[in-house]
Design a protein around this ligand. Structure first.
Ligand code: SF4
Length: 296
């Protein structure tokens, strides 16, 4: 059995000596037994994506034998807080993911699994095998947008997300991508709905990657991303903060900064969000450019 290991995780696990300018306590692993059954327009693992299969977003994920990873995870001086297992959606990957979660759960690190499940039963099987959290990415926020860039029903997908959150309170995460055609208003509404159900929200900036259908679309303006980050942070802290948010007639979130006197809150809002210990270094960021998700 093989597992893909993110470039930075190779260093974290002592598999390769490389320079990674990012603090990491999360071991990022990926199961991709061939391309995904789905065809999300922004995804390097999508059915019709072109180019090498060793990428997820900007990051390269070389293959390793599972036995090498299991041995590496037993090293006594590892500074790992959690394992994050990304699973592409095809039957073989999903089956392998169950076996991997079972194997890794012996290493006594909490495990997060990021997957596109079709039923709550699939989520339950992962939990039963030892997953501590399951991430059900929604990514594209809005009925028409979801159908266009991810295919399938937004309504059914979020109903599954909410059902999982009811079954496993505090153990479900989701992802939302900023910059693929959603409105701020829909995005904030989704974020608030998630936190009211104890679903953690990991924000991503859309990142064009070669070989994907959206490779020519630019990243969103950083200023807009910062506004959404601050709104997410405030909602996570206190649902009542939703009253601080206002929108223009086109559904754009109005600047919030002047409402927050505490600079440390503003800076904290820029940090990578999602599961505990997630820094996701360079998923959206190009070295040498200002980071969308700040991890240092
Ligand atoms: S379901 Fe996930 S892995 Fe599959 S194409 Fe969509 S984003 Fe990529």
């Amino acid at each position: 059995m093989v597992v893909r290991v993110s470039a930075g995780t190779q260093k974290l696990l002592g598999l390769k000596k490389i320079r990674v300018e990012a603090p990491m306590r999360m071991a990022y692993l990926m199961v991709s037994e061939g391309r995904c059954t789905y065809n999300c327009d922004y995804c390097t693992q999508a059915r019709s994506a072109e180019g090498k299969e060793d990428r997820l977003s900007r990051v390269v994920w070389p293959r390793y034998e599972l036995s090498e990873i299991v041995t590496a995870l037993k090293k006594p001086d590892l500074e790992i807080g959690r394992i994050c297992l990304q699973v592409t959606s095809n039957p073989a990957s999903k089956q392998t993911a169950l076996a991997l979660v079972e194997t890794f759960s012996e290493a006594s690190f909490p495990i997060s699994v990021s997957i596109r499940p079709e039923t709550a039963d699939e989520v339950g099987k992962l939990m039963d095998c030892g997953a501590e959290r399951v991430g059900i990415a929604v990514d594209a926020i809005g009925e028409e947008l979801f159908a266009r860039v991810r295919s399938g029903s937004f309504g059914e997908h979020i109903n599954l997300l909410y059902e999982a959150a009811e079954l496993y309170p505090g153990r479900i995460t989701t992802h939302a991508i900023v910059g693929i055609g959603e409105s701020d208003c829909d995005l904030i509404d989704f974020i608030a709905n998630c936190y009211s159900r104890k679903i953690g929200v990991g924000l991503f900036s859309f990142t064009p990657v070669k070989g994907t259908a959206m490779s020519k679309i630019p990243q969103p303006p950083l200023e807009r991303y910062r506004r959404i980050q601050l709104a997410r942070f405030l909602i996570e802290k206190d649902m009542d903060n939703i009253d601080l948010l206002s929108f223009d007639d086109d559904g754009n979130l109005l600047p919030l900064k002047e409402l927050i006197s505490d600079n440390s809150s503003i800076e904290a809002s820029w940090r990578t969000s999602g599961c505990p210990d997630c820094t996701r270094p360079f998923y959206n960021e190009r070295p040498g450019h200002e980071h969308f998700n700040v991890f240092v």
